[in-house]
Design a protein around this ligand. Structure first.
Ligand SMILES: NC(=O)c1ccc[n+]([C@@H]2O[C@H](COP(=O)([O-])OP(=O)(O)OC[C@H]3O[C@@H](n4cnc5c(N)ncnc54)[C@H](OP(=O)(O)O)[C@@H]3O)[C@@H](O)[C@H]2O)c1
Length: 260
């Protein structure tokens, strides 16, 4: 790898990063590969998956792509089995949905919970016990600031993210005797394909103390730290990486308050 600032402390490890074909997941896959991990790049879009694998290989790293639609339970289980022996699981894939509560129909609600909550759970049913068997492992759940604050138009999405933070606390407790650490990460607004850049500009300037949205690489740095031995004493934590929360501003526009 070309970046001398990256510590190669994940050599010999295999990392499965879900939703690694774009946005935060892509940056996490590149980061973990730079730290020496062999990365299983997951997503649905094979072309973007191949591009991430190429990016990692061109930088001297190792990766392969596995496709699976995580809204299907059978696909989540297939992914877990195809990934093989996994030392690091990053449950990053997720879908946002924003709008008034009464506008979200039952089918879409089910899909939201299937991809954001059920799939990470199913992946851990397969990969968690294997980590315990080996006596080590790290799981990171990509939660969100939306899971801890009440903001308009995100009741269901926020609940899926709160579930991921809760899963992390429970799994940390369940798997600690087996040498497995589990944490969640809760970003604020991050420039990704989830919305256009201008919307993130507004969200970043109105909902963070730092006055800006994050770049995906800033979230990836934290995941790289948590998954490495440098994070060896951190488990059962939900770590906010959200630019700081300003005091509530009653004059803020409704849409400007949204954080994916
Ligand atoms: N962006 C933010 O501001 C922000 C803030 C807080 C938390 N988050 C969380 O961070 C995570 C990544 O978000 P992002 O903004 O980076 O999103 P993104 O750029 O839209 O990427 C989403 C990724 O998830 C995959 N994915 C979505 N639905 C899937 C499904 N049903 N089956 C399989 N893969 C699926 C996509 O794969 P394909 O495109 O290949 O289908 C893609 O790789 C999400 O969990 C999100 O909730 C984001």
């Amino acid at each position: 790898m070309t970046n001398p600032a990256v510590i190669r402390d994940l050599q010999g490890k295999v990392a499965l990063v879900t939703g690694a074909t774009s946005g935060i997941g892509r940056a996490v896959a590149v980061q973990l590969a730079a730290q020496g991990a062999t990365v299983v790049v997951h997503g649905r879009d094979a072309a973007r998956g191949a591009a991430v694998v190429t990016e990692i290989e061109d930088a001297g790293g190792s990766a392969r792509f596995v496709s699976a639609d995580l809204s299907e339970p059978a696909e989540a289980l297939r992914l877990a089995n195809e990934a093989g022996e996994v030392d690091i699981l990053v449950n990053n894939a997720g879908v946002p949905w924003f709008g008034p509560t009464e506008k979200l129909d039952a089918e879409t609600l089910d899909q939201l919970f299937a991809a954001n909550v059920q799939a990470p759970y199913l992946l851990v049913t397969v990969l968690g016990p294997k980590m315990v068997e080996r006596g080590s492992g790290v799981i990171i759940n990509m939660a969100s600031r939306a899971g801890t604050i009440g903001q308009p138009d995100s009741s269901a999405y926020g609940a899926t993210k709160a579930a991921l933070a809760s899963f992390a606390r429970s799994w940390a407790s369940e798997y600690a005797p087996g040498g497995v650490r589990v944490n969640s990460v809760s970003p604020g607004p991050v420039y990704t394909g989830a919305a256009n850049r201008e919307l993130f500009d507004v969200s970043g300037s109105t909902t963070t103390l730092l006055g800006r949205a994050a770049e995906p690489s800033e979230i990836a740095e934290l995941v790289g730290y948590l998954t490495s031995p440098r994070g060896s004493y951190i488990t059962s934590a939900d770590i906010a990486i959200d630019g700081g929360r300003p005091p509530a501003r009653p004059d803020s526009g409704r849409s400007a308050l949204l954080t994916p």
